[in-house]
Design a protein around this ligand. Sequence first.
Ligand code: SAH
Length: 392
Amino acid sequence: MECPVYKKCGGCQLLHMDYEKQLRWKKEQVLKLLKPYGKLEDMIGMENPEHYRHKVHAVFGRDRRGNTISGVYKEGTHQIVPVESCLLEHEKADAIIQTIKGLLKSFKIKTYDEDTGYGLLRHVLVRIGYCTGQIMVVLVLGSPIMPSKNNFVKALRREHPEITTVVVNVNDKKTSMVLGEREQVIYGPGYIEDELCGMTFKISPKSFYQVNPVQAQKLYQKAIEYADLTGRETVLDAYCGTGTIGMIAAEKAGKVIGVELNKDAVKDAIAGARKNQVSNIRFYQADAGDFMVSMAERGEKVDVVLMDPPRSGSSEKFLSSLIKLRPEKVVYVSCNPETLARDLKFLCERGYAMKRGAAVDMFPFTDDIETVCLLSNRKADSHIKLSLDMKR
Ligand code: SAH
């Protein structure tokens, strides 16, 4: 596979391997880490592994000659590598970013300079709904005033009428975070909707939503298969984002509780539940660890915990309360096999056993690996183990 910026960008660590080899390599990496706990099913790959990213981020700046460039940061630096098209990114998103780059001059919009703080446009974020085709463009600016914004939107939509909403996000801090706090919707509703596994989800600029929707559906289906719900269970969807996994599980569960830290994602989740007419689900905005501690203190009953923490994995607070709640099943979705292995160790030393596991290729050509595992409460021997723990 050819890519002009392969070495400079650093985003595609596995570009030198053919796709089958990438899948084998990924499965081996997970196997190495999870061997002490259980076996893995076949790796779930993509039929067509290119241009899968439905969320594309471009950083804007200037090259040495003063020309406007857009692209990615060279790995580990703040140096911009110009990228016009990318094997991973949705082609429409790349085209929109190029159009924006072309419009800057006539609108006298300068790109932001990280060193001096001078200039306006810092980043562009494009999100494309997989089923709906709705498109959100987020312009991240260094200051809140954008000149002739209405005409800018008009010019942009003349080239790309598929764009359904444009949001200005203000980030005036010296930070490596892309998005700032403040937002102003300058066109459309300020969010897009998408459908996965038959449910509609609302996605705001700051909400987490899987970047690869084709594989996200397979991942969610696997998680639901592992949960094997009968319609009576109380299910906790922890680190729930816009409520995707919990909402898909709800029709097979008694009731679902979702917990998520990001306020906007929780609002999106609540709106999604209403839109899908799912009435047996409640969402809470909280740190998942704190939420688990108070659930354990109240002695609540949870049958199944679905959890999907960020790369850093779960917290000891969360896991030790999970042990107290003792759900019969835990379905752990992870985007980092190393923290997954660490957390599995904690749980498997405290009465849980890994029953099934599979890696899903959400990020072809990169070395990122997504895994889903089913753990169950070893009821029979858990009493013995618990009393041993108490003696220590
Ligand atoms: N299950 C969702 C989101 C998974 S991404 C989906 O598939 O779309 C992980 C989510 O965890 C993000 O939405 C992030 O905002 C949230 N998060 C990170 N730290 C958290 C914490 N301490 N407590 C609760 N949620 C947290």
